[in-house]
Design a protein around this ligand. Structure first.
Ligand code: ARG
Length: 464
């Protein structure tokens, strides 16, 4: 047996060294070293608990806690030597601790397994990630409220089928984004509760024979609850899947917002300007200014959907309890969290910099018979059944298309050809302002409602 090739952590049972390629193939340290901070926190809590349980002496605990602090220092200073032959972050740190402390270092792993260790680390890591993501999400939502308030009176066309439908206010449109993101916030906060449950103490799968005190580690690590079953604790990654599902929905929303930004900055729409710092040019076409940031967010959405699908597939065939398959949970989870966090950050930076081109938006709303429904509603108020009104206005629109006139540009005589119920007061409802002001109820597009919704949004953010 060549001991330098055999992993010291389990060498006892093995009669030949692990194949060099297999060692690389099974190692995860290249990506899971990212968990080092949480791994150390978990180990320190475990050591403290072991002392309370009478398994480690106070001196041993103090040496372990201090040794781990120093190892964190080495990692952060870039002097720590990560070894692939030590497979993962857990064994790299433990081996270094033993190198520093000798026999005391070897006692840290009493009453636990890498199985509950890694499950604990990922949960601690993800809990912090969710908190950082929520900070960016809040910043973005606050920016949306600010812009919505400034643009409460700005009129733009609202679309269905990407065809001009009815006038809306730009503030109202932005608040639709705000609503989507509020649900994403709720989902992440809810998901965090299930992330924040402690598997530590499950040991390899069945629990441990030591008199561990799980409420102690639970409190030290700030978990909300102790996982109730050791087999489940080391095995399930549903919390990571749930996070990827919430992240996928959030990315889906950001992708839709991105799509609108891309459309609005195009020469065909020209509804907004994005500052140059969020765009790039073309190496061949000198006139180009491309909305790269929203395009990339739209593009990156696929990675997060991929992570969700990958993790669901990873989990679905696994029997209880821990299987090495689970080592594959990390890269997709890390990537999903990074992608969501970066995308939210990009949006939070970009939204306050959006410059609306109000005249162009307004002109687009004026075209396309966007107040046709208002005319129909007007006729309903004069006592006609809605279906008849719909038909009358349809004839008026057809006339407008043929004669090149918007409804508001027709004379009273022209309009009365379609119904003698139409009177001078019709022009008030055919204007863009008349149209948006009339939708004056909770959730409607009227500027007064947009201002009220901004206030509700501010209260919501303040309560978080
Ligand atoms: N690197 C492993 C993982 O990420 C740690 C747990 C390994 N446990 C084991 N019994 N091989 O899942």
């Amino acid at each position: 047996m060549s001991s330098e090739k055999t992993n010291q952590s389990w060498g006892g049972r093995f009669s030949e060294p692990v194949d060099a390629f297999v060692a690389r193939f099974t190692a995860s340290v290249d990506f899971d070293k990212r968990l080092y901070r949480h791994d150390i926190l978990g180990s320190q809590a475990h050591a403290r608990m072991l002392t309370q349980a009478g398994v480690l002496s106070e001196a041993e605990r103090d040496a372990i806690v201090a040794g781990l602090d120093e190892i964190r220092g080495e990692i952060e200073a870039g002097t720590f030597e990560w070894r692939v032959d030590l497979e993962d972050v857990h064994m790299n740190i433990e081996a270094r601790l033993t190198e520093r402390l000798g026999v005391v270092g070897k006692k840290l792993h009493t009453g636990r397994s890498r199985n509950d260790q890694v499950a604990t680390d990922i949960r601690l890591w993800l809990r912090d990630e969710i908190d950082a993501i929520l900070v960016e999400l809040n910043r973005l939502q606050a920016g949306l409220l600010q812009l919505a308030e400034t643009e409460a009176d700005t009129i733009m066309p609202g679309f269905t089928h990407l065809q001009t439908a009815q006038p809306v206010t730009f503030g109202h449109h932005l608040l639709a984004w705000f609503e989507m993101l509020s649900r994403d916030h709720e989902r992440l906060v809810d998901c965090r509760k299930r992330v924040n449950r402690m598997p530590l103490g499950s040991a390899a799968l069945a629990g441990t024979t030591y008199p561990i005190q799980r409420q102690v580690t639970c409190e030290l690590l700030g978990f909300e609850a102790i996982g109730g079953n050791s087999l489940d604790g080391v095995s399930d990654r549903d919390f990571a899947i749930e996070f990827c599902a919430a992240a996928s929905l959030a990315m889906m929303h950001l992708s839709r917002c991105s799509e609108e930004l891309v459309l609005w900055t195009s020469a065909q729409f020209q509804f907004i300007d994005l500052p140059d710092r969020f765009c790039t040019g073309s190496s061949i076409m000198p006139q180009k200014k491309n909305p790269d940031v929203p395009e990339l967010v739209r593009g990156k959405t696929g990675r997060v959907f991929g992570a969700l699908t990958g993790l669901l597939t990873l989990m679905k065939g696994q029997p209880l309890a821990y299987n090495k398959d689970n080592q594959e949970d990390k890269e997709p989870l890390f990537d999903a969290a990074d992608t969501l966090r970066d995308s939210l950050r990009a949006f939070a930076d970009m939204v306050p910099a959006i410059k609306p081109r109000r005249e162009i938006m307004r002109e687009a709303a004026r075209r396309g018979f966007s107040t046709a429904t208002d005319l129909a509603d007007y006729l309903v108020r004069k006592g006609l059944p809605f279906r008849d009104c719909h038909e009358i206005v349809g004839h008026a629109v057809k006339y407008g298309v043929d004669s090149g006139k918007d409804l508001a540009e027709m004379s009273l005589d022209e309009l009365r050809r379609f119904s003698d119920q139409i009177e001078q007061d019709v022009f008030a409802v055919l204007t863009l302002e008349g149209s948006v002001n009339a939708r004056d109820h909770i959730g409607g597009t009227a500027p007064a409602q947009v201002r009220a919704a901004v206030q509700r949004g501010r209260t919501l953010l303040a309560q978080r």
